[in-house]
Write a new protein. Structure first.
Length: 168
């Protein structure tokens, strides 16, 4: 799990390890999953404030981070279904103005002008769109942002694209 900021080089790792469950049987392993998830989420939540503070605050390079996801997918090789989840407010995309005047039509046009990496066959979710601290963005802007990320994702060749304000 990686946090990011204004470039694909401005990242910080929140968690990077394989998760395995001890136990002699599948049932024994499955019984340990809820506690493992709780422990993992506590570790990530504890690391988050310091990680966030270590990143530049001059925007987010969302499509740059998609390029990193594409590289990760290529490293997996055949036989795996790559699932990429990007949690973002979707507003501060370096090099693209996504503001209150954005319409779904204009957002789609902007998305067509952006170079995107290949994520052939991936399942891509962009979640948290428009969710910011303080006053919420208008529903019109949230709708335009969803259109923008839907179109960006379509252009990657992903098998599925989901751009939403809320997720799980």
């Amino acid at each position: 799990m990686t946090g990011y900021s204004s470039s694909s080089g401005a990242t910080v790792t929140l968690y990077d390890a394989e998760i395995t469950m001890p136990g002699a049987t599948s049932n024994a392993q499955l019984r340990r999953v809820p506690q493992a998830v709780e422990d993992l989420m506590t570790e990530i939540k504890d690391a988050y404030p310091d990680a966030l503070a270590s990143l530049p605050t001059d925007g987010s390079d969302i499509t740059g981070v998609w390029r990193l996801a594409s590289e990760q997918q290529a490293q997996l090789g055949d036989g795996y279904q790559f699932q990429y989840v990007n949690l973002t407010d979707g507003l501060d995309n370096v090099g693209v103005t996504l503001d209150a005047g954005l319409t779904p039509e204009r957002a789609t046009t902007l998305a067509d002008q952006i170079t995107v990496p290949k994520l052939d066959g991936a399942e891509v979710t962009v979640a948290g769109i428009g969710r910011v601290a303080g006053a919420p963005v208008s529903s019109h802007l949230a709708e335009a942002l969803v259109a923008y990320y839907d179109r960006l994702c379509e252009r990657t060749g992903a098998a599925s694209c989901l751009a939403v304000t809320d997720w799980r």
